[in-house]
Each structure stands twice: as structure tokens, then as C-alpha cells.
Design a protein around this ligand. Structure first.
Ligand code: GDP
Length: 213
């Protein structure tokens, strides 16, 4: 069974240039504030308090790097679309995140988290559209599955799919998760580990080549 054994916080950065060296495969977790991102990261890493869960949305404001099993980086990005953040903050946030995502050379995949209970939100759809435009690979992660009955879940996912397909030709890879019920952990971990096997050597070589220049 795939399992994360070691997860360590490395650093918080405000800009791309301050991030750890890009020699390992990297995966981003992002979503609207309160979507359950910190809980999901903690579940994946078998750690109660690695990412800070909070009842105050919009608290994480930095690019947070965690080193997983000495072989890949998990990146916790601030929750977007939080209405109470000032306009200036929102603009600065967008600049920081977009610059990081667009230019981080070892970024393998972005996991976009959405609450299974909610209808597709404009801010999520716009963000995924931007990822598509920039050709950044992403997956959809439905969170808080335990809050719905299985029939409600089916209905909501159908609604989500319909809306998504108004903008896209097909659905990206999707995951269904609940941090409370520990759902989706193996799926996510194996997906990341499989990708790591495919890309790790290339990422390391390209980092070493860039250092020689
Ligand atoms: P973040 O702001 O996206 O990092 O969200 P948090 O992980 O801090 O979670 C926000 C709220 O949702 C907290 O009250 C969590 O306890 C709750 N929550 C997170 N994940 C789940 C889940 O899978 N199931 C349920 N029922 N609640 C969750």
C-alpha cells in the first residue's frame, strides 16, 4: 500500500526565487479557503498538524514547501477567492501564485480542491481555465465526501461534470476524498508516486544541467 512515511516542513516563501531548489518533483494543492486543504494534506502525510487547519479562512498567505519521503515536494498554496481579503491583497496573491505556478520548472501537477457539496464556482473554473491556457497539468479533488449521502454525491458530481464540460472537452483526472473518513488517500498517494517514477530523473537532470550553465 502506498504510504507517506516522512513529511517535513521546509520553508515558506513569498516569491518563486525564494523557493527550495527545483531538483525534485513538486505537487501543488490549492483551492478556495475552507475547502479542506490543510486537513487533506495532513491526512495524506499521516500527520495531525503538518498543515495548519484553521477556522479562520484565508490564513495561509505563503508558498509552503514540505519535503515528502526525501523524494518530492508537496506545496501548500494559500486558499484563493476569499471574499474578505482586501483587493490589494488579492492582487498580490494572484501575482505571487500565478508567477510561481507558471514558472516553477519542477511542478508536475496541480491538485485543485473543490468541496463536493458545492456547485461549480466561478473562481475555480476560471483558475482551471488559466491552468489550461498555461498548459499546467491539473487534477480535480472533491473534498468532504463524508458530508454527503451517496445519492447526493452522485447528483453533485454529475452537476459538476456537466458544468465543467461546458468549458472543456473532457474531465481531468478526479479524486474523491474525505479527511474524516480517510477516503482517497491511497489513490492520491499512488498517483503521485507513479508520476514521480516517470519524471524524477528528468527533473534532477534538468536541474543539474541548469546549474552548469
Ligand atoms: P482549508 O482552509 O482549505 O485548509 O480547510 P481546513 O482543512 O482548515 O478545513 C476547513 C474546515 O472543514 C474545518 O472545520 C475542517 O474540520 C473541515 N473539514 C476539512 N476536511 C473535512 C472532511 O473531509 N470532512 C468533514 N466533514 N469536514 C472537513
Amino acid at each position: 500500500m502506498p504510504e507517506i512515511k516522512n513529511a517535513n516542513f521546509i520553508k515558506s516563501s513569498t516569491e518563486l526565487k525564494d523557493c527550495p531548489t527545483p531538483h525534485l518533483p513538486e505537487y501543488v494543492f490549492i483551492g478556495r479557503s475552507n475547502v479542506g486543504k490543510s486537513s487533506l494534506i495532513n491526512m495524506l502525510c499521516n500527520h495531525k498538524k503538518l498543515a495548519k487547519t484553521s477556522s479562520t479562512p484565508g490564513k495561509t498567505t505563503l508558498i509552503n514547501h514540505f519535503l515528502i519521503d526525501d523524494s518530492w515536494y508537496l506545496v501548500d498554496l494559500p486558499g484563493y477567492g476569499y471574499a474578505r481579503t482586501s483587493k490589494v491583497n488579492r492582487a498580490a496573491y494572484k501575482k505571487m501564485i500565478f508567477n510561481y505556478i507558471e514558472n516553477r520548472r519542477n511542478l508536475v501537477n496541480v491538485f485543485v480542491l473543490v468541496d463536493s457539496r458545492h456547485t461549480p464556482q466561478q473562481v475555480d473554473l476560471e483558475f482551471m481555465e488559466w491552468l489550461g491556457k498555461k498548459r499546467v497539468p491539473f487534477s480535480l479533488v472533491f473534498t468532504k465526501l463524508d458530508k454527503l449521502s451517496s445519492s447526493e454525491l452522485v447528483k453533485n458530481l454529475q452537476k459538476y461534470t456537466r458544468k465543467f464540460l461546458e468549458h472543456w472537452e473532457s474531465l481531468p483526472k478526479t479524486f474523491r476524498t474525505s479527511s474524516i473518513a480517510q477516503t482517497g488517500k491511497d489513490d492520491l498517494t499512488s498517483y503521485i508516486q507513479d508520476l514521480n517514477e516517470q519524471v524524477a530523473d528528468h527533473i534532477l537532470e534538468s536541474y543539474q544541467a541548469s546549474k552548469k550553465q
